[in-house]
Write a protein that binds this ligand. Structure first.
Ligand code: 8X3
Length: 246
C-alpha cells in the first residue's frame, strides 16, 4: 500500500520542520515546502520525504507545489507564517502589516486553493492551519500580527463551514509561547537580545516538537473526528500577559 501523503509549508525550520519529522514518524510521505531549498533538501533526505522549493505568497510557486503533489493528498499543514515588527499602532509600518497578512493569510489561501482538489480526491483529507494565541487576544505592539492571526483563525472556521459534506477535516492549532530558532528573531529583524528577552526566565517555553506532536495527534485521530481548534501553551504561560519568569 502506498504511504499517506502530507504537505508542510514553512518546513525549513521551527514548527514546520518538526511537524514534517513528526508526520514522517507516523508513516507519512512528507513534501517539505519552503523557500530555502538547502534546508528542506537536508530535511527531506533525513525523513525520506520530498523537498519542494515554494514561496506561499507566489502563485507560480504554489502552482509548482500543486503539480508536485499530483492528484491526491491526505494532509496539508499550513504552517508558513510569522511576525514582523512589534510597534504600537501609532508608529506601525504598513509594509510590515501587509507582509504579515500576505504570508499568514494570503499564503494560506494560495496553498489551500491549489491543494483542495487533491485533498478531496484522497477521500480523507485534513487541513491543519497553524494559528496562534495571537489569533484570540490582543497585546500592545502586536496588532499587525494579531490581526493576521485572527485572519488565520477566521479563514479556518469559514473553510470548515464551506467544506462540510466533503471528506476533508479542518483544524487550527494555536500555540502560545514557543521558543524556536527564528520566530522572535524574525520579529525583531535579527536582534538577538530582543529575541532572547521574549523567553527570558521562562522555565520551559514550548519547543517546536511540542506543537508538532499535537499536530501529529490531530492527524492520527479517526477520520470522523475533527479537532476544530487546539490552543497549546507552556505551563508557565497562563495568559498572554501572565507568564511565570524566574
Ligand atoms: C506566537 C505567539 O505571543 O508571540 O504566535 O503572539 S505570540
Amino acid at each position: 500500500m502506498s504511504r499517506r501523503t502530507a504537505v508542510v509549508t514553512g518546513a525549513s525550520s521551527g514548527i514546520g520542520a518538526a511537524t514534517a519529522r513528526a508526520l514522517a514518524a507516523e508513516g507519512y510521505a512528507v513534501l517539505c515546502a519552503a523557500r530555502r531549498t538547502d534546508r528542506i533538501e537536508r530535511l527531506a533526505a533525513e525523513i525520506d520525504g520530498t523537498a519542494i522549493t515554494c514561496d506561499v505568497t507566489s502563485a507560480e510557486s504554489v502552482a509548482a507545489l500543486a503539480a508536485a503533489v499530483g492528484d491526491s493528498l491526505h494532509v496539508l499543514v499550513n504552517n508558513a507564517g510569522g511576525a514582523f515588527g512589534l510597534g504600537n499602532v501609532a508608529e506601525a509600518d504598513p509594509d510590515e502589516w501587509r507582509h504579515m497578512y500576505e504570508v499568514n493569510v494570503i499564503g494560506l489561501l494560495n496553498v489551500t486553493r491549489a491543494l483542495l482538489p487533491a485533498l478531496t480526491a484522497s477521500g480523507d483529507g485534513l487541513i491543519v492551519n497553524v494559528g496562534s494565541t495571537a489569533g484570540r487576544i490582543a497585546y500592545e505592539g502586536g496588532a499587525g500580527y494579531t490581526a493576521a492571526k485572527h485572519g488565520t483563525q477566521v479563514v479556518t472556521e469559514t473553510l470548515r463551514l464551506e467544506l462540510v459534506g466533503e471528506p476533508i477535516r479542518v483544524s487550527e492549532i494555536a500555540p502560545g509561547m514557543v521558543r524556536t530558532d527564528e520566530f522572535a528573531l524574525n520579529r525583531f529583524e535579527g536582534d538577538r537580545s530582543r529575541a532572547d528577552a521574549v523567553y527570558a526566565g521562562v522555565p520551559d517555553p514550548l519547543v517546536a516538537e511540542d506543537v508538532a506532536d499535537a499536530i501529529a495527534w490531530i492527524a492520527t485521530r479517526p477520520s470522523h473526528v475533527n479537532i476544530d481548534e487546539l490552543v497549546i501553551k507552556p505551563r508557565a504561560q497562563a495568559a498572554q500577559h501572565k507568564v511565570h519568569r524566574v
